[in-house]
Design a protein around this ligand. Sequence first.
Ligand SMILES: NC(=O)c1ccc[n+]([C@@H]2O[C@H](COP(=O)([O-])OP(=O)(O)OC[C@H]3O[C@@H](n4cnc5c(N)ncnc54)[C@H](OP(=O)(O)O)[C@@H]3O)[C@@H](O)[C@H]2O)c1
Length: 391
Amino acid sequence: MTSSRDLDIVLFGATGFTGGLVAGYLAEHAPEGLRWALAGRSLSRLEAVRDSLGSADVELLQADVHDSSSLAALAARARVVITTVGPYLEYGEPLVKACAEAGTDYVDLTGEPEFVDRMFVKYDATARANGARIVHACGFDSIPHDLGAFYTVRELAAGGEISGPLTMKGVVRSNATFSGGTFHSALGQMSRPREMAAASRERRAIEERPVGRRSRAAKPSLGRDRELGYWLLPLPTIDPFIVARSGRALEAYGPAFTYSHFAGTKTLRFAVGGVVGVGALALAMQVPPLRAKLGERVKQGTGPSEGRREKSWFTVDFVAESGGRKIHTKVSGGDPGYTETAKMLAESALCLAFDTLPETAGSVTTAVSMGDALLARLQAAGIRFEVVDAG
Ligand SMILES: NC(=O)c1ccc[n+]([C@@H]2O[C@H](COP(=O)([O-])OP(=O)(O)OC[C@H]3O[C@@H](n4cnc5c(N)ncnc54)[C@H](OP(=O)(O)O)[C@@H]3O)[C@@H](O)[C@H]2O)c1
């Protein structure tokens, strides 16, 4: 990093629902002397956010997704840029480009696979050449899953190494609700299944694979897990792809890693309802008038109240087996979509800015770029990673 960077962290999207929570988290938990700024397209809205932060010493920067010079200027001054400006498929690319070109570390909250694959195809080489770490999915998508799998591998290996095939399942449970921004991002991605598949193919055609090892996301099916006591509903999110990518990059996951991702429900009725509900929503997204109607129902910039968030929780159970050994671990915390997401995103940026980390560049996962350091930060910030049963 060059010394002309006078800001440790810039938060782009501070005026949005999640951005406001990230700003609040940084104001409360930032290390003494953090040099940081809030960025967005309206200075008066940014001033209102800064006023809400009390005495935080924070600069304001005007920047708009549609003004590439404003993004280049922002990326040139920052060591790490956080962005909560989504849907990322619609708004995200110009900032990834600016950070890759400037050699600036970048973290976001996307859960949109097409966006992540497109950014890989277009900017991974530039980011590598310039030493920028582009880390997508630093919120509930996909940190509990990616770092949970990383933690589970470490606990299963117990100081040794995984030398044979390793199978792992992750089972998510939560009572939480979502914001307007997340709803619109999900609608956008569900309406583009063909584009998503095309982006994934383009990525696969150019992405290097490890030699002599493999790591993949399985295509799981609905079933009952007697051990955990849940019905398992396959969860078609970005998470299994991110976990598999970490497995490809990290030798610790052994020679043949397979990960399956599920939502866990107590009753079959919910599991079947979930399959039908997700299927129906995905179909409705193919029909533009239905898509528009659904979009009108949840306004962007809004989200669950503080009271609702305080009552929200999540757990992710991991069960992993290799070489006759088996382990059950659990990651858990409070409101996944916002309170914990803001914490995870802010801690990821602080981790990239200040911690001693493995040398990486280009499009990298949280486990690959930050692994143990981010795990320690999140544990210190109240997200629990624990061994339930070591077999
Ligand atoms: N995966 C996860 O775990 C997770 C969790 C939470 C959120 N998210 C994602 O995070 C994103 C934000 O969610 P949210 O609920 O916070 O959304 P939101 O409240 O609608 O906020 C969107 C932000 O983008 C800004 N923006 C829009 N157009 C812009 C432009 N042309 N230039 C600069 N800024 C612009 C808005 O600024 P103005 O104030 O100027 O309009 C606002 O600050 C969504 O994509 C959502 O899916 C993901």
